[in-house]
Ligand binder design. Structure first.
Ligand code: MG
Length: 457
């Protein structure tokens, strides 16, 4: 049996791998799964997309597939991925589908399927969709049972819900000046308006929805944001925010034009939420900074560490009734709202923290516990998982303290190093973190040394 789905959905080049025929059959397969599970129920699925050029074509094909097996569809049009996830709960439907390729270049597109609560589809259910797809075992409806299609807006309910979750009065009082770059993506429809309604002064760039992504690569990393970083400083803004193409991630630029690493903004949110809720469970991955652990210790929180992947973090939050979750790449998860990374809610929370603080953005970041991180990678062909397992063996022989939740992590009192195989590329990544720059480099070198030894054996 073939595999379609990766860690979260399927992605590829539009009209090559991700064709209308493909989207149609995914719609039919997903609809068939829902009907098999609940044959007597009137079924509804939410469908939405990001701003990509191929989005409308693929969405219409996917919708046709769902309708043809007798599933009804609510089309929410162009919206951020978290807004479509929110729509699953808001409209109380049986599932969802998002047409997006997140931060990938414009020629890509993809499909993510969602549970009724908006969480990414469970692996077991995804496997059944694959089976139906490959066997073409579709449950086609008779003409009088074909599904109906309705169009609904989710942008307004999504913005209103976010506004209800922060202290608007405090924000209005400070009236922060924020520059936003939504990468011509789905966040263009939400973030500039949300911020104005929260009482901020907003200047937006690259905020006309355009799937050609004319301005920049939609991945919001430091390299792609050089010009934007200068702009934030030149305009004298309080800070800047940049999103990826489907707006589940937001990254921040301080008032001096410096790029702020995602784990620092995640830490700011964790700190504020633990204070507000008097503790709680924080879920993150083993690759995230131990800054989170330290903040949790200070403010009475507990930390759970999972394998790398936002879907895994979201699931753990749901299963263990977590308060907040996240990774280092700029998307915080607020599980009682959206069971996935939410770019706009992250910004709203940070704006609230900023407004209440009476400090400058860079000062808020400087106050966080200090950790130094260094990263490198090695191009390695062959069985990378076996090599990483060998690293664990060698570390154990040397009497080191290891954790093998995902890759091999070696823990010290004042830091750690993680050796981990990439899931998508022929590389092994090595991350190290410590209280001093010197120590972090020392741990990185140790990781490389153990990797070399594993490769020789
Ligand atoms: Mg994304």
């Amino acid at each position: 049996m073939g595999k379609l789905f990766g860690t979260f959905g399927v992605r590829g080049i539009a009209n090559e791998k991700i064709t209308p025929e493909f989207a149609l059959k995914i719609g039919m397969a997903f609809g068939t799964l829902l009907k098999k599970e609940q044959p007597n129920k009137e079924l509804w699925v939410v469908v939405g997309r990001d701003t990509r050029v191929s989005g409308e074509m693929l969405k219409n094909a996917l919708v046709s597939g769902l309708l043809s097996v007798g599933v009804n569809v609510i089309d929410v049009g162009v919206a951020p991925t978290p807004a479509i996830q929110f729509a699953c709960r808001y409209f109380n439907v049986d599932g969802g589908a998002v047409i997006t390729a997140s931060h990938n270049p414009p020629e890509y597109n993809g499909i993510k399927l969602l549970e009724s609560n908006g969480l990414g589809l469970k692996k077991e259910r995804e496997a059944i969709v694959e089976e139906i797809y490959f066997k073409e075992d579709f449950d086609r409806a008779t003409w009088d049972k074909i599904g109906q299609l309705v169009e609904r807006d989710i942008i307004r309910p999504y913005i209103d819900e976010i506004k209800s979750r922060v202290d608007i009065e405090a924000i209005k009082k400070r009236k922060p000046f924020i520059v936003v770059d939504t990468s011509n993506g789905a966040g263009s429809l939400t973030l500039p308006y949300l911020l104005r309604e929260l009482g901020c002064k907003v200047v937006s760039v690259n905020a006309h929805p355009d799937g050609h992504f004319p301005a920049r690569n939609p991945e919001p990393n430091e390299e792609n944001l050089r010009g934007f970083m200068k702009m934030v400083k030149a305009l004298g803004a309080d800070f800047g925010v940049a999103q990826d193409g489907d707006a589940d991630r937001s990254v921040f630029i301080d008032e001096n034009g410096n790029f702020v690493q995602g784990d620092k903004t995640f830490a700011l949110v964790v700190k504020a939420m633990l204070q507000e809720h008097d503790g709680g469970l924080v879920v993150t991955t083993i690759a995230t900074s131990h800054m989170i652990d330290e903040i949790a210790r200070q403010y009475g929180g507990k930390v759970m560490k999972t394998k790398v992947g936002d879907l895994i973090v979201s699931r753990a939050l749901l299963e263990h009734n977590g308060l907040v979750g996240g990774e280092e790449n700029g998307g915080v998860i607020f599980p009682d709202f959206v069971l996935g990374r939410d770019g706009a809610m992250t910004v709203a929370k940070i704006v609230e923290i900023f407004a209440k603080s009476n400090k400058r953005f860079s000062e808020l970041i400087d106050e966080l516990p200090k950790f130094y991180q260094v990263k490198t990678k090695r191009h390695i062909e062959g069985d990378r998982k076996a090599i990483v397992a060998k690293v664990a063996e060698i570390a154990k022989e040397r009497g080191l303290n290891i954790n093998t939740t995902d890759g091999t992590k070696i823990l010290f009192d004042d830091g750690w190093v993680l050796v981990r195989a990439s899931g998508t590329e022929p590389i092994i990544r090595i991350f190290a973190e410590a209280r001093s720059e010197e120590k972090s480099k020392e741990y990185l070198d140790l990781g490389l040394e153990l990797l070399d030894e594993a490769l020789k054996s």
